[in-house]
Design a binder for this molecule. Sequence first.
Ligand code: MN
Length: 204
Amino acid sequence: MYTLPDLAYDYAALEPAMSGEIVELHHSKHHAAYVIGANDTLDQMSDLVAGTKPALTVGLERTLAFNLSGHVLHSIFWENLSPDGGGEPEGDLAAAIDTSFGSFEHLRGLLTRATISVQGSGWGILGYEPILGRLIVQQVYDHQGNVGQGCTPLLVFDAWEHAYYLQYKNLRPDYVGQLWNLVNWADVARRYRGAVAANTSMTS
Ligand code: MN
């Protein structure tokens, strides 16, 4: 059973960049719905094995991908943010960003553009790609579309309207600009080191 993780900070702790009302709704309603959806879908898939309608598994697998990916990305999102966030990465993560993108400013531009330009609902993501062992920026639709398989998300920006509309209305670029002031680079660096350590792919 998946469970909704507690936040490491109060709902109001990310103000003024992100209002307490948004964080509370986003965590206790939206994220919670993906947790329930993933668990319910797994239950239905279990039941289905004993049933007589195998075609239904296609719909259930799509539903599981949506809800489970929603749970995974939101779990990362909350830990990527901190009331003490902002600034720039340091150490091995900063070096990997320079190698992959040329500079932090270039990454910042790429991830900002990826997040702002999502059509409909989705995410801008900084991920670790296991073949070359480099960092890439991805634009994911809903929670699971347009995903580069095998990539590990390190820093995820939620571009769904529920993440900002209550506070920023239609001004998604302003919301994304404020997100950079909340980034917990220590958490992103921890995820980067974990992804490198776990990479057992065909890299030489
Ligand atoms: Mn969300």
